[in-house]
Write a protein that binds this ligand. Structure first.
Ligand code: PLP
Length: 382
């Protein structure tokens, strides 16, 4: 066994692909120019690299390079989009529709807006983690200025009917923002077919570096002309001032290009691993799958072990396998996952649920060892 546990927590963050690291390295000391230095070759070189990355990122999601704003990550992109849209349309209305199972990055921004007088509708989900489209349509009001719904859930992998949500938003001329952090690079995401107006995603969830992300903003739509979060230099179409993180952006571009090239082979590999994992783990007595399995990311398995003292199970398994109990952001506290609670799981069930998420570098051997360790831990504790 290696020094470290087996990493089955790819939804928290992914390792950088070595090809991404290799692409980034020259931009630290060799091509270190500031991408906004217009007067010299150092600046041009950096600017060219950023342009190429912008093309690569845009291509992955079917967008135009002009529609990509580079940020520090999905959390920043989410704040920029939601706060920006809320502020822009405040005079028209203050009603926002989102979903109970969104990532904290979305829920916390909504809570912040609520304190400022906005009215937020949190759509419920069913036991499978799915929203009901008629319920979404029914909650649209005259003063609704934003629909914010994620593409795929980070805890369960459940994929939402994004295109249908987008068409509804279009029908009522309401901007549709999508947190696609878990979907981009893993499954085909196309901002046109999916009718998305704004979309946040992050490099470190798709084998790129931490600290780099993007916000897609559909062009030529006055409804989407939002104000920035901060000022100073007017970089990124005045929406995100500050010297560009050239190595990070180059890394995100390379990661996007790799994901595009490898999407089919990654997906096939991951489906095989998950099927094998579930065949064994699903056979353990009392075990249950959380979420709509046939409509989920193929690399995620959120599994309820249905036993008392779930924290003990996670502790025992964690010695050998890095996993997450619910979202990473809430794992510092003992709060049961808000996602599993929204799906109707009891506290006991939520506490004995574990999220396993696999990735490009997960091997069959690692899965075999993980299965053994899980079985051992379960039989010791039950
Ligand atoms: C990881 C994650 C985020 C936050 O992304 P950062 O780039 O780490 O800020 C937001 N939404 C979802 C669904 C995520 O999985």
């Amino acid at each position: 066994m290696s020094k470290y546990p087996i990493y089955l927590d790819y939804n928290s963050t992914t390792p950088c692909d070595q090809q991404v690291v290799d692409a980034m390295v020259p931009y630290f000391s060799q091509h270190f120019g500031n991408a906004s230095s217009k007067a010299h070759a150092h600046g041009w070189y950096a600017e060219d690299a950023v342009s190429q990355a912008r093309e690569q990122v845009a291509s992955l999601i079917g967008a135009d390079a002009k529609e990509i704003i580079f940020t520090s990550g999905a959390t920043e992109s989410i704040n920029l989009a939601i706060q920006g849209l809320a502020q822009k349309h405040a005079s028209r209305g203050k009603h926002i529709i989102t979903v109970a199972t969104e990532h904290k990055a979305v829920l916390d921004v909504c809570a912040h807006l609520q304190e400022q007088g906005y009215d937020i509708t949190y759509l419920p989900v069913d036991a499978m983690g799915m929203i009901a489209l008629d319920q979404l349509e029914g909650s649209i009001r005259k003063d609704t200025v934003l629909i914010a719904a994620m593409y795929a859930n980070n805890e369960t992998g459940v994929i939402h009917p994004v295109a249908a949500i987008g068409r509804l938003a279009q029908k009522y001329a309401i901007p549709f923002f999508c947190d696609a952090t878990q979907a981009v690079g893993k499954i085909p995401v196309d901002v046109d077919t999916d009718c998305i107006d704004m979309m946040a995603f992050s490099a470190h969830k798709m084998y790129g570096p931490k600290g780099a992300g993007a916000l897609f903003i559909r062009k030529k739509n006055p409804l989407l002309e939002i104000p920035p979060l901060f000022y100073g230099g007017a970089h990124e179409r005045k929406l995100r001032s500050g010297t560009l993180n050239v190595p990070g952006i180059v890394g995100m571009g390379k990661a996007a290009a790799l994901c595009q090239a490898m999407m089919a082979s990654d997906a096939k590999h991951l489906q095989e691993l998950r099927d094998m994992f579930w065949k064994e783990i699903g056979a353990i007595e009392g075990v249950q799958w959380n979420g709509q399995q046939d409509h989920s990311l193929t690399h995620v398995a959120n599994i309820c072990f249905n036993m008392q003292g779930g924290d003990k199970l996670i502790k025992t398994i964690s010695k050998h396998v890095s996993v997450s109990s619910g979202a990473a952001c809430s794992s510092a506290t003992v709060e049961p996952s808000h996602v599993l609670k929204a799906m109707g799981l009891s506290d006991t069930k939520a506490h004995s649920s574990i999220r396993f998420s696999f990735g490009r570098f997960t091997t069959l051997r690692e899965i075999t060892i993980a299965i053994e360790e899980i079985k051992k831990a379960v039989s010791r504790l039950s």
